[in-house]
Design a binder for this molecule. Structure first.
Ligand code: ATP
Ligand code: MG
Length: 256
């Protein structure tokens, strides 16, 4: 098992060389060393109960954008996010990640901890910044997620969609550049769902510091916002494909 992260001085070429030394094929283009990368190769993970949640899973993020994962209950999607975020270690296989990931849950109440918008975002800002810079950063990230001048708003007065966008602001404040969104709109009404989707899309498409997003969904209409989508089945991620085509293909199975 190997895990290589951004603080390790390993280039993508070195990682590919290491894999080829083990006789493993890779699914990568090697063209852009400068962009952040996430590559899993033959990644396997079992829970202590013996349940195999990831089974020789190989995939990479093709580039900036929103990449959506669909799959039936128990296919391993949330476990995969825990592996990428570093909460769990692989049993075997490799992960190479030069992104800084931030995990976002279905229910924002599980990750918003402090009473006001600014105090909550403050927790995600590097501690060594001067107070003035911290305040500027809070203003900036709240603007980026469409919550301008909300610094002193008590969190309990926010709508569900506003809470999700505040969680996004926290991720941006921490300098994360890969959002791991685990059914982030499952508890939202259609209007709030659309605003969260639009917000993430804008962050992924902006010219300065675009971010990438891996987004788990059971709501097939959300695939319209994706740059590509893949099915996760029995612990493996399939090929990325056009989200429109994938949606048509899986619509008959839409019990997800
Ligand atoms: N903490 C845990 N301890 C033991 N087994 C777990 C744990 N979390 C998940 N599993 C098991 O691992 C497998 C994959 O679960 P996971 O939560 O990753 O699936 P999922 O694709 O996210 O499903 P869903 O669509 O229902 O959210 C399932 O069989 C599940 O029961
Ligand atoms: Mg899940």
């Amino acid at each position: 098992m190997s895990r290589m992260l951004l603080w390790e001085a390993v280039s993508v070429q070195d990682f590919l060389l290491m894999l080829s030394n083990f006789g493993e094929d890779t699914l990568l283009d090697q063209s852009n060393e400068a962009s952040p990368r996430l590559i899993l190769q033959n990644a396997s993970f079992s829970w202590p109960s013996g349940i195999k949640a990831l089974d020789q899973c190989s995939f990479s993020i093709p580039g900036p954008g929103i990449w959506m994962l669909v799959g039936s209950n128990g296919s391993g999607k949330s476990t995969l996010f825990r592996i990428i975020s570093g909460m769990l270690e692989l049993d075997s296989g490799s992960i190479y990640c030069t992104f800084k990931p931030a995990l976002m849950f279905q229910n924002p109440d599980h990750q918003l901890l402090l009473p006001s918008c600014s105090s909550d975002v403050m927790m995600s800002i590097p501690q060594n910044l001067p107070l003035q810079s911290k305040r500027k950063k809070i203003r900036s990230v709240l603007n980026q997620v469409g919550l301008p001048q909300m610094e002193s708003r008590p969190i309990h007065t926010l709508s569900g969609g506003q809470k999700q966008r505040l969680a996004l602001a926290g991720a941006l404040a921490s300098e994360a550049n890969l959002l791991l969104l685990d059914e982030p709109t499952a508890l939202l009404d259609p209007d709030s769902q659309k605003i969260v989707l639009d917000t993430v899309k804008t962050l992924c498409q902006r010219s300065q510091k675009p971010i990438s997003a891996l987004w788990i969904t059971h709501r097939l209409e959300e695939l319209a916002f994706a740059d590509g989508a893949a099915i996760m089945e029995e612990g493996r991620v399939g090929q990325w494909e056009s989200s429109q085509l994938l949606r048509k293909r899986i619509k008959p199975l839409a019990g997800w």
